[in-house]
Design a protein around this ligand. Structure first.
Ligand SMILES: Nc1ncnc2c1ncn2[C@@H]1O[C@H](COP(=O)(O)OP(=O)(O)OP(=O)(O)O)[C@@H](O)[C@H]1O
Length: 216
């Protein structure tokens, strides 16, 4: 099932072209990896795809309703004065996800934060905050999920937890669009790859055909 279809996207910031002619799709149960050098426009593209920014040309069609779309960007969207549990309860309420203590604790367990469930998020290390951020996003079981460098600040164990959550989301049929700088590490979980560089698409195809030399 097609969850996202974008065609002919172009973006300018003022007079400067970021990219043009970008077309892609995301299907249920698949992860599309978005790769490219710094400044290529990956985050800009992801925001446009997620509906959090406008393109100067092209179209984006999303199948799921806004309440079934998840976005993990560079800002953590956590309330520092609330505990980990309270943060999750807040997000569960926003997205009509189960907000009973057992469900929330189970989610915190998955990101290995159960032991600090009642500590304030503002006291968390960067990696712990990012794990709570992952819990926030995966808790709501989005049908279409946009991830912008979700591995940032994560140690090996946390990166493994991230991969487990992505695999789980794919298994339940979610479509994932995933900006990554850790291409070699993330490629095994990807189904397709789009490479953006030099203001255009320089690679698009199945993950097994990906050629790193094309994207630089
Ligand atoms: N709000 C903005 N106003 C003007 N220029 C911007 C804005 N946001 C991004 N840019 C510029 O657009 C280009 C693409 O930025 P973007 O953050 O999308 O790239 P990226 O591929 O995600 O980079 P990175 O790998 O470093 O995260 C950069 O040159 C950046 O300076």
């Amino acid at each position: 099932m097609r969850l996202l279809q974008a065609a002919g996207l172009a973006k300018f910031y003022g007079p400067r072209l970021v990219f043009k002619d970008v077309s892609l799709y995301a299907d249920a149960g698949e992860a599309l990896l978005v790769v490219g050098p710094n400044g290529a426009g990956k985050s800009t593209l992801l925001r446009i795809l997620a509906g959090d920014g406008h393109a100067d040309a092209g179209t984006v069609e999303r199948t799921p309703p806004p309440g079934r779309i998840g976005f993990l960007g560079h800002r953590p969207f956590l309330y520092p004065q609330l505990t980990a549990l309270e943060n999750l309860r807040f997000w569960a309420g926003m997205y009509n996800a189960p907000d009973d203590e057992e469900s929330l604790q189970a989610m915190l367990q998955r990101v290995e934060l159960a032991a600090v469930a009642k500590e304030r998020a503002g006291h968390f290390s960067r990696g712990m905050a990012q794990r709570l951020n992952l819990a926030r996003v995966f808790l709501t079981k989005p049908q279409l999920l946009f991830l912008d460098e979700p591995g940032t600040g994560l140690d090996r164990r946390s990166a493994q937890i991230l991969h487990e959550e992505i695999a789980r989301a794919k298994e339940r049929g979610a479509g994932i669009v995933w900006v990554s700088h850790h291409v070699e590490h993330d490629l095994p979980l990807a189904d397709r790859v789009i490479g953006i560089a030099r203001r255009k698409t320089v690679f698009i195809g199945p993950a097994e055909d990906y050629e790193p030399e094309a994207v630089c």
